[in-house]
Design a protein around this ligand. Structure first.
Ligand code: ACM
Length: 267
């Protein structure tokens, strides 16, 4: 199975332009599963509730999932991507997996970062795992990387590859934590981060690139630059992620002792 990330600089509010750029970048390489950044067609730094409402879209049926499904159909692949989802009167920082037949999985970001709390409702769905055939793929978004429970929940449901759309602004942090998430769950991780700068509100956000694919050993298999648009692809064997043995005596999931995790410290 070949997995890949698309690292680029979405332009705020330019959904059609951003979808065209994704199409161009995907035309240059082949993968079974592509991961795109968080909020990859709207941009990240909203300045008002009106902007979020105007740019958020139904999932499926909105411009992003419709266009990405068409691309997936043309290329015979699956695509994981971040999208601003409007559902009834709620707006979520969501992510989807689409394939040639349309929507396969939906996730709504559980751990909202910084100003996202002004614009989005926290996720209300479990972390999803979809069986894509070549691999079981789980979804989490950006800041979820700092919560081991997110990746663990996906691994316990059988995810072999974690797709991680991101808009990271803290240099180097998630590149490290995602290696740990890969090691502690013995899964592959694919982080697709964006690049570029958004300074629409008085705060300047510099997105940090360094998209990466990590193996269950924590080895970084391929990593992008901090500041260039690029795709990265690598062949992975999902069977490696089904083997949870760290030593012949230690299965990293079976060795868990959840009965001891509930009360951490007694005063
Ligand atoms: C982030 O969650 N976009 C840092």
């Amino acid at each position: 199975m070949r997995v890949g990330y698309v690292q680029f600089a979405p332009e705020f509010g330019e959904v059609e332009r951003n979808l065209r750029r994704v199409t161009e970048l995907l035309g240059g390489a082949r993968a079974d599963l592509w991961v795109l950044p968080e909020l990859c067609t709207t941009g990240y730094q909203f300045a008002s509730a009106v902007e979020v409402e105007e740019l958020a879209e139904p999932v499926p049926g909105g411009p992003t999932t419709t266009a990405l499904s068409a691309i997936a159909c043309g290329l015979g692949c699956h695509i994981a991507a971040g999208v601003a989802e409007r559902h009834r009167d709620r707006i979520y920082n969501a992510a989807v997996v689409v394939g040639p037949g349309g929507l396969v999985a939906r996730y709504r970001k559980v751990h909202l970062f910084s100003q996202e709390k002004r614009w989005f409702v926290p996720g209300d769905l479990p972390f999803p795992v979809a069986d894509l055939g070549p691999a079981k793929v789980g979804l989490m978004v950006c800041y979820d990387h700092l919560f081991p429970e997110a990746a663990r929940s996906l691994a316990l449901q059988g995810a072999e590859v974690i797709a991680h759309p991101a808009n990271l602004v803290m240099p180097g942090l998630a590149q490290l934590t995602m290696r740990v998430r890969a090691i502690e769950n013995r899964v592959f991780t694919v982080t697709a981060n964006r690049i570029g700068v958004e300074a629409r509100t008085g705060e300047t956000l510099r997105f940090t690139g360094l998209s990466q694919v990590v193996a269950p050993t924590g080895e970084v298999l391929v990593q992008a630059s901090p500041d260039r648009e690029e795709v990265g692809v690598v062949d992975v064997d999902p069977a490696r992620a089904r083997d949870k043995l760290l030593t012949p005596w230690n299965d990293v999931l079976a060795d868990r002792r959840p009965e001891f995790y509930r009360r951490l410290v007694e005063g």
